[in-house]
Ligand binder design. Structure first.
Ligand SMILES: C[S@@+](CC[C@H](N)C(=O)[O-])C[C@H]1O[C@@H](n2cnc3c(N)ncnc32)[C@H](O)[C@@H]1O
Length: 237
């Protein structure tokens, strides 16, 4: 039996049109992503102003080697607890603490945020801090939801959680699909970094917030494959 051959004159322009459209969309997506990844200067994001707004006693979640230390407004802070379980980073973190003149107020806490017993020995208890700083941490930890709840727990009523993370893409279906494709290899090259977490939802649902000053949302630009989520969240009570 011979099957009829599809009419090539009808299909060709359609295929060409689809290819051009998807090529230009893909180019646009690649451009936005590389701009975000390779050319974005942290100085030009909300990060400096967010970190500078930290007040009182501060719990910095996963400070790493101390990238954010230069941004604290020292005169507004009484103490900073850098909760950093990776002890290999401590010498560099300590050096940066000294470099930025924070030695008298910065304490490195060598455990994870979920280790409540250990944290208690440093005076970190439920409702004990004015500010929690959470900057680019939740994409690479095993149980982000629990960690956000722990952060909420440490805040005093009226305390503020300062957040800047990247989150799952929502909205544009092509962007969502490309993010999922990236996700298949991304964690292997970027130390377990996860692109498809609903971190914004975990924060919004961690407890009752009396004020939400969200400066960046994942809907900011539907073509962003690595959309940001940033803001200041005030604990109710
Ligand atoms: C990508 S680094 C972020 C560095 C820094 N916050 C910044 O803005 O550049 C993530 C850090 O979170 C730390 N971390 C991992 N698990 C953690 C946990 N359970 N509690 C606190 N910090 C954790 C890691 O050791 C790492 O230093």
């Amino acid at each position: 039996m011979i099957f009829p051959c599809p009419n090539i004159t009808l299909i060709a322009p359609l295929t060409a049109c689809t290819t051009v459209t998807s090529q230009s969309l893909l180019r646009k997506l690649a451009q936005r992503t590389s701009e975000r990844l390779l050319f974005e200067k942290e100085e030009e994001t909300p990060t400096p102003a967010l970190i500078a707004s930290a007040r009182g006693s501060v719990l910095e979640l996963g400070p790493g080697s101390g990238n954010q230390l230069s941004r604290y407004s020292k005169s507004q802070i009484t103490e900073i607890y850098g909760v950093e379980p990776n002890t290999m980073l401590h010498p560099l973190l300590q050096a940066n603490v000294k470099k930025h003149g924070l030695s008298d107020i910065y304490r490195i806490v060598p455990c994870g945020i979920e280790d409540f017993d250990r944290l208690r020995t440093y005076g970190l208890m439920e409702g004990s801090v004015d500010t929690v700083v959470c900057h680019q941490v939740l994409c690479g930890v095993p149980r982000p939801k629990e960690m956000v709840k722990a952060c909420y727990r440490f805040l005093k009523p009226g305390g503020v959680m300062i957040v800047k993370e990247h989150v799952k893409a929502v909205g544009d279906p092509v962007t969502v699909m490309i993010q999922r494709m990236y996700q298949t290899i991304w964690p292997f090259f970027l130390g377990g970094c996860n692109l498809t977490r609903s971190t914004g939802d975990y924060i919004l649902q961690a407890g009752e917030w009396s004020n939400i000053d969200q400066v960046l949302t994942s809907r900011e630009d539907p073509l962003l494959v690595i959309p940001p989520f940033a803001g200041r969240f005030t604990k109710a009570g």
